[in-house]
Design a protein around this ligand. Structure first.
Ligand SMILES: [Zn+2]
Length: 321
């Protein structure tokens, strides 16, 4: 068996292909920005990135190509059934890539499930049997490992923590159409919305005075860390909502560890120290203090490393080398 596999992380604005060795280390990478979400254009960028990293290996072949894509995936064929971020319906991603790379097995899985497999196999989840990952980016993705098995569910939709409603009557409108989804409240975008909502109470604050599309959650997080009152108020509401969702995950699947990834989680201890007591307060049916809350270890590489692991194992599974 070849020692390396290709892992592709398909994000909303960037695609990255990586050559990953059997220890989960990235040995080569190539990325491109995505400006047009038409399937043909995105597939072409993916193929270019894959060819660029394939050209760096001296091995005759790779074990396979794994792609982590947003949306709901038909894991048998590699088709993207539905991706709201991309506006895709029934895009035969796996089939198109197989046509471009004859002889190399191609697998497609949800990006957050791939990241979960990556963290579980090569990151902070090593040694656990019951593990969950939450990725806090522009949206919220997730994945569950229960009793050592990555849980996919009947239609590969298990782990979509982002779309359970935590404020169904007074929340923000979610991209999926519902009100107060965990993603709408506690993603990076949610943090920006909290700051905008609170702006009238801080008339002298310039925190959200720019154009809404230019606002980033990072600036708000950094301002909160620096003690800005407006940012701290938004951060506090944000943590309240994040804690609701995290406590629900504990109630649903009782993991021994929940890892938080994505941009917001780079706040590290500043986030965890505020989050832990809030989660404790909302944890009722599981003994408090028994779920480790940590920042994920592999950062932005988790998706590509997990996708390569999927390719090596012939599917989104925790079993195999
Ligand atoms: Zn939603």
């Amino acid at each position: 068996m070849a020692n390396t596999a290709i892992g592709v992380d398909l994000g909303g604005s960037h695609v990255m292909a990586a050559l990953v060795d059997d220890a989960g280390a990235i040995v080569a990478r190539q990325g491109y920005d995505i400006e047009d979400h038409s399937p043909d254009i995105v597939v072409k960028l993916m193929e270019d990135a894959i060819r660029a990293v394939l050209a760096t290996t001296k091995e005759k072949s790779v074990a396979g190509i794994g792609v982590g894509s947003p949306g709901n995936i038909d894991v048998a064929t590699g088709a993207v059934r539905y991706s709201p971020n991309f506006g895709w319906h029934d895009v035969p991603l796996g089939e198109q890539l197989r046509a471009g790379f004859t002889g190399i097995p191609v697998f497609v899985g949800n990006d957050a499930r791939c990241a979960t497999l990556g963290e579980y196999t090569h990151g902070c989840g090593r040694g656990t049997a019951n593990f969950a990952l939450l990725t806090l980016g522009t949206g919220i993705g997730g994945g569950i490992v229960a009793e050592g098995m990555l849980v996919l569910g009947a239609m590969a939709g298990a782990g979509e923590f982002g779309h359970h409603q935590i404020r169904a009557t007074d929340g923000f409108i979610c991209g999926c159409g519902k009100i107060g989804c965990f993603e709408a409240q506690a993603s990076g975008t949610g943090l920006i919305r909290h700051a905008i909502t609170l702006a009238p109470s801080f008339p002298r604050s310039t925190l959200v005075s720019g154009k809404p599309e230019k606002l980033g959650s990072k600036a708000i997080r950094k301002a909160a860390e620096a003690g800005d009152q407006h940012a701290l108020a938004a951060w506090s509401r944000y943590l309240d909502d994040l804690a609701r969702g995290v406590a629900n995950v504990i109630a649903f699947v009782n993991p021994e560890m929940i890892a938080l990834g994505g941009g917001v989680a780079s706040a590290g201890d500043f986030m965890l120290s505020g989050l832990r007591p809030r989660v404790e307060e909302l944890t009722t049916m599981v003994p408090r203090g028994h779920t480790k809350l940590v920042v994920a270890e592999l950062g932005n590489d988790a998706g590509a490393i997990g996708a390569a692991t999927m390719a090596r194992r012939g599917g989104l599974t925790t079993s195999g080398s």
